[in-house]
Design a protein around this ligand. Sequence first.
Ligand code: NAI
Length: 289
Amino acid sequence: MKVGVLGAGTMGAGIAQVAAQSGHRVVLVDVNKDAIESAKEKLRKIIERLIEKGKWTDEYGNGVYGRIKFSTEMQDFEGSGMIIEAIVENIEVKHAVFSKLESIVDEKCILASNTSSLSIAAIGSILKNPSRVIGIHFFNPAPLMPLVEIIPAVQTSESVTKEARSIIDSWEKVTVLAKDTPGFIVNRVARPFYGEALRIYEEGIADFATIDWAMTALGGFRMGPFTLMDYIGNDINYTVTESVFKAFYYDPRYKPSFTQKRHSEAGYLGRKSGRGYFDYSENAVALSP
Ligand code: NAI
């Protein structure tokens, strides 16, 4: 089966890799030519490293790379059995692309979104056949994180849910069915982790590095909240919080933070921009609590 992935950013490139590793022909599409070039380069480097380390053979690595077509044309999705959308977390933009996708693929193609927080029912509402919409939510980095949430909307047919889940299971992921509610399971649990860390900082209790150190060295977490937000991208993380906050009728438990908003507005997006709460540039000075 041919798999389409729309959006070649943090998530899309990794999802395309996972699908290609499972033997699918993959088309990875992004409107931005630079994003496509950078995804191509990044994947080439990842594969080279895995071959160098002896984890992959040349043949397997070249096979994975060769199965992915990098493109800026959505028309290349023609003939796909499933498309996973991983573009900006914005319902209007997602509506525009889902509408277009439906005009390119045939009736049987599953149309999935990797959204972290938007309603799958709302995304599907734009489709002529909304029974084929589904949420397939990977975690970052997609090739390494085993869990994937499968989120049927009220319009999704049982056969689409079953098929989507069995495809993702066959990609050696661990799937969990989640209800179509804001943040699904993991992102909802994670909101207070980020939110309280930002509030602790804003109340002057501790700085970013100290909070992260406490959570990793003492709390047993693999990553502190600020390192994790920098990893995810502050723009995406902020937008997801704002969307969950609104979707829960402005429940203060999910209130977004000005600190994160300002970091995002300043372009301090995290690792991907070289600076977030921490500095990732070459001359960065290591911070300690
Ligand atoms: P990103 O900002 O890294 O990448 C988005 C890509 O979509 C960009 O390359 C952009 O050029 C492209 N794009 C924007 N509009 C487009 C359009 N109309 N057509 C084609 N391409 C378009 O975003 P990221 O982080 O990969 O997030 C994508 C989706 O995945 C969002 O819905 C987000 O909520 C979700 N997600 C993000 C996670 C993360 O840790 N960053 C984790 C799980 C889900």
